[in-house]
Design a protein around this ligand. Sequence first.
Ligand SMILES: Nc1ncnc2c1ncn2[C@@H]1O[C@H](COP(=O)(O)OP(=O)(O)O)[C@@H](O)[C@H]1O
Ligand SMILES: [Mg+2]
Length: 211
Amino acid sequence: MSRIISLGEQSFQALIQENYFYIDKTKFIKDWWLGGDRVTLITRPRRFGKTLMLDTVKTFFSPKFAGRYDLFEGLEIWKDEKFRQLQGTIPVIFLYLAKIKNVNYVQTIENIKDSLTTIYKRFKANLNLSLLSDDDQELFTSVHKSMSDVTAQNALLNLSEFIERYLKIKPIILINEYATPLQEAWLKTSGMISVISCVFFSMLHLRVIHI
Ligand SMILES: Nc1ncnc2c1ncn2[C@@H]1O[C@H](COP(=O)(O)OP(=O)(O)O)[C@@H](O)[C@H]1O
Ligand SMILES: [Mg+2]
């Protein structure tokens, strides 16, 4: 029976579970991982499948999906035992910036701070704050919606270091549409670009994919 093509679905989990038409691109995950690059920039036109691919990477590596063999069985990546072992074992920080459009400087910074705060909330349970040193606890709790610009600029870098230090594993950082706020900044006000670019470029030595 032919499968339904679901237009606009950006969730890998939903596509597979609903048995919608899916072109298996999971070999990308394998090639990317084995390539060992610390930073990957994917530049492809709209509707090329970038967001769905990032969601697939997240679903593959994130411990939140550990044991979800059902999502990957039959796909290219599942043929390799090494990758079957890797599934669900690496923390993933996912920053989604597509919504930061047509807004002014203040709203853009607020939006970025909101996104960072949400990410911190998600990791709060995993990290078990009581295990963090006093200094790290202070840094962790300084990330909230009304944090300073400097705190926001260091938030991703700090979170990745907390994960590495306390969970003993380097996280993967996925940034979807990282250029959207930068482009908005460029178009609207040149002062904004230095603050926003710091949020991303302070942690570019980590294992990151951004598109
Ligand atoms: N591997 C795939 N298999 C089936 N449909 C896909 C696949 N990749 C993308 N699509 C479809 O194309 C649409 C656009 O993909 P998306 O990831 O949003 O592109 P981009 O982020 O590059 O603009 C998705 O919503 C989905 O419906
Ligand atoms: Mg996209």
